[in-house]
Design a protein around this ligand. Structure first.
Ligand code: ATP
Ligand code: MG
Ligand code: MG
Length: 554
C-alpha cells in the first residue's frame, strides 16, 4: 500500500523530532467530555490522535474531560469507551480530569500565594461587564487587590462549602487590558453544589476548562495536545497556565489546532444532537439516522468504513463541509467486500409460474459473495409461487425498461428465465398477481444453451411459501438541507427530512431466520442492511445501511 502523505500535524511532530525532541517522549490523548455520545466529528479526532500513536509508536490516553457535573454522566463514559474500542483503537491510560481535582486545587493555592490568583465576590454579570471589548481595556475588579491571606481563606471556604453558588469565583490575575480577551483575569473555579459522577460530593468547587486542560496534559506528560480551531485563541492562556507549574525536567505540552469536521445533511454538535433526542426527532443517541458513532454502528456502518472516511478527508487547517455521500461511498466499498448477498423483496407482488408443477419445490445454488471466493454457496428454495418487487413489473413499458413487462422476459436470479403472460387485478385496478411461464431448461449454471441465453434483466425474488417476514427500516438522510444549522435566523430542526424513516414488511429468503443482531447483508439490487439490536428470532428487524447507488446527487 502507498504510504500516506503526512498531514500538517504530523509535519509539526516531524519538525519537533528534527529539533531533538525524543521520539520516546511522544504522547497523545483524545479528550472527550462525557456529556453526550461521540459523533462522526469525534471520529476524525480519534483517528488523528490514535493514528499519530500508531505512526510514532507512542501511547495515546483516553482522557475524560469531566469538570462539569451538571452535564456529565457515567452512561456517556461507558458509551465513549465502547465507541473508541469499536473503531478499533486501544488507549494507553484511561484518565479523568476529575482525578486531578486535588492537584489542581493545590496549584491554585500556589498561584494565590504568588499573587497570581484572587477571589472575586462579584456576580458573574458584573464580571462580564468589566471585561471590556477587544478594542477597549477592561476594568479591574474591586476585589483584585485582596491580600494573599484573605484570598487563601476565602478560597478554602469556597472549597469547604461555606458559600452559595455564584457568590465567589477564583480568577487568575493576568491583565485586564490584554488584547486577548481570554487573558483578562479568566475564571479558574466556580462554586457548584452538585454531585459529580465520579467524585460525588467531595467537591463543591469545579475548575474551568482552560485551567484544567493544559494542566491535565502536563500531569499526563502529553507532548502534543491537539484540539479544534476554536481553541486557537485559548493557546495563550493554555501557555500562561503551564508557565505557572512547568518544571524544566518535565515535558511541556504543546497545543496545536486543526479544523473541525462538518458533514453535510447533518449536525455535529453534541448540544444539537441532544436536542434531537430530547425533542423526539429521533429515538435516541443510537438512532440509525444520527451521525453518532453508535448510530452509524447500529445502521450497519463498519469501523473500517468510518476510519477510511476519516483518513481520506484527513485533517485541515480551515473548516469545511464534507459531503455525506463520501461516507456512503466508504460504507459501500467495505460492505461490498464482506457482506453476504441474499434476496429480499420489500414491496412484494405475487408472481405465479403457471407451467411449474404445483406443490413442487427445488433448492437452487446461490453464490454468497462474488467478491469473496471463500464465502461459498447456499441453497435457496424455488417454487410455483414467488414474490418480486412491485416496481420490477410494468404492464407495458418502453425498450429501456429492462425489468419485467407483459410479453417480456427476465432471468430470476439464480433460477430460470420467465416470461410474463397475464396480470390479475383487484376491483380497483391494482395488480395482485402476475402470471408467467418459465423455461425449464434455462436454470442458472446448468450449462444448457437455454441457460446461456442472454436476457436483458435479472430480478431478485423469493418463494412465497418459504419466505419469512421481517420489519425493514428504510432510513434516509435526517435533514433534507445540506447545511441545516447554517441558516441565519432559522432553527436546524426546521430542515428535518419528513421521510427519513419508512418501515415496511419485507419477504426474505428463509436462510435469514437466524440472522444475529449486528450482522450485515447485501439485499441484492436494493442495498446493504444490518440486523437491528431489537431484532428477535420471531420478529426480525433490519436497518438499511446504504443503498447500492447514490440516489441523491444526480
Ligand atoms: P461538541 O461541540 O459536539 O460538544 P466538543 O468539542 O465540545 O464537541 P469534546 O467531547 O470536547 O466535544 O471533543 C473531544 C475532542 O474531539 C476534542 O479534541 C474536539 O476538539 C474534537 N472534536 C469535536 N468535534 C469535532 C469535529 N466536528 N471535528 C473534529 N474534531 C472534533
Ligand atoms: Mg469540549
Ligand atoms: Mg461541547
Amino acid at each position: 500500500e502507498k504510504e500516506k502523505p503526512l498531514n500538517f500535524i504530523e509535519h509539526i511532530v516531524e519538525e519537533d523530532l528534527l529539533q531533538g525532541f525524543p521520539k520516546s517522549q511522544l504522547r497523545f490523548r483524545f479528550p472527550p467530555e462525557p456529556n453526550g455520545y461521540l459523533h462522526i466529528g469525534h471520529a476524525s479526532s480519534i483517528c488523528l490522535n490514535f493514528g499519530l500513536g500508531i505512526r510514532y509508536e507512542a501511547p495515546v490516553n483516553l482522557r475524560f474531560d469531566d469538570t462539569n457535573p451538571i452535564k456529565e454522566e457515567q452512561e456517556f463514559v461507558d458509551a465513549i469507551k465502547e465507541d473508541v474500542t469499536w473503531l478499533g483503537f486501544t488507549w494507553d491510560q484511561e484518565c479523568f480530569a476529575s482525578d486531578y481535582f486535588q492537584k489542581l486545587y493545590d496549584w491554585a493555592v500556589k498561584l494565590i500565594k504568588e499573587g497570581k490568583a484572587y477571589v472575586d465576590s462579584q456576580p458573574s454579570e458584573e464580571i462580564a461587564k468589566q471585561k471590556g471589548t477587544p478594542t477597549e481595556a477592561g476594568v479591574n475588579s474591586p476585589y483584585r487587590d485582596r491580600t494573599v491571606g484573605e484570598n487563601l481563606e476565602l478560597f478554602k471556604k469556597m472549597k469547604d462549602g461555606d458559600f452559595p453558588e455564584g457568590s465567589h469565583v477564583l480568577r487568575a490575575k493576568i491583565d485586564m487590558a490584554s488584547p486577548n480577551m481570554l487573558l483578562r483575569d479568566p475564571v479558574m473555579y466556580r462554586i457548584l453544589h452538585r454531585a459529580h459522577h465520579r467524585t460525588n460530593t467531595d467537591w463543591c468547587i469545579y475548575p474551568l476548562y482552560d485551567w484544567t486542560h493544559g494542566e491535565s496534559d502536563y500531569i499526563e506528560q502529553v507532548s502534543h495536545s491537539l484540539c479544534t480551531l476554536e481553541f486557537a485563541p485559548h493557546r495563550e492562556l493554555y501557555d500562561w497556565f503551564l508557565d505557572q507549574v512547568v518544571t524544566p525536567e518535565n515535558i511541556r505540552p504543546k497545543q496545536r489546532e486543526f479544523a473541525r469536521r462538518n458533514l453535510s445533511h447533518t449536525v455535529v454538535s453534541k448540544r444539537k444532537l441532544l436536542q434531537l433526542v430530547e425533542q423526539g426527532f429521533v429515538q435516541g443517541w443510537d438512532d440509525p439516522r444520527m451521525p453518532t458513532i453508535s448510530g452509524l454502528r447500529r445502521k450497519g456502518c463498519t469501523p473500517a468504513a468510518l476510519r477510511n472516511f476519516a483518513d481520506t478527508i484527513g485533517i485541515a487547517k480551515r473548516e469545511n463541509v464534507v459531503d455525506v455521500a463520501l461516507l456512503d461511498f466508504h460504507m459501500r466499498e467495505d460492505l461490498n467486500k464482506m457482506a453476504p448477498r441474499v434476496m429480499a423483496v420489500l414491496d412484494p407482488v405475487k408472481l405465479t409460474i403457471t407451467n411449474y408443477e404445483e406443490g413442487k419445490e427445488e433448492w437452487l445454488q446461490a453464490e454468497n459473495n462474488p467478491e469473496d471466493p471463500e464465502a461459498g454457496f447456499r441453497e435457496i428454495p424455488f417454487s410455483r409461487e414467488l414474490f418480486i418487487e412491485r416496481d420490477d413489473f410494468r404492464e407495458s413499458a418502453n425498450r429501456k425498461f429492462f425489468r419485467l413487462k407483459l410479453g417480456g422476459e427476465v432471468r430470476l436470479k439464480n433460477a430460470y428465465i420467465i416470461k410474463a403472460e397475464e396480470v390479475r387485478k383487484d376491483p380497483d385496478g391494482n395488480i395482485i398477481e402476475i402470471l408467467c411461464t418459465y423455461d425449464p431448461k434455462s436454470k442458472s449454471g446448468s450449462g444448457t444453451p437455454e441457460s446461456l441465453r442472454k436476457v436483458k434483466g435479472t430480478l431478485h425474488w423469493v418463494s412465497s411459501g418459504h419466505a419469512i417476514d421481517a420489519e425493514v427500516r428504510l432510513y434516509d438522510r435526517l435533514f433534507s438541507d445540506a447545511t441545516p444549522d447554517q441558516h441565519q435566523g432559522r432553527n436546524f430542526t426546521e430542515f428535518i427530512n419528513p421521510d427519513s424513516l419508512k418501515v415496511v414488511t419485507g419477504k426474505l429468503e428463509p436462510g435469514l431466520a437466524g440472522a444475529e443482531p449486528g450482522s450485515r447483508y447485501q439485499f441484492q439490487r436494493l442495498g446493504y442492511f444490518c440486523v437491528d439490536r431489537e431484532s428477535k428470532p420471531n420478529h426480525l428487524v433490519f436497518n438499511r445501511t446504504v443503498t447500492l447507488r447514490d440516489t441523491w446527487s444526480k
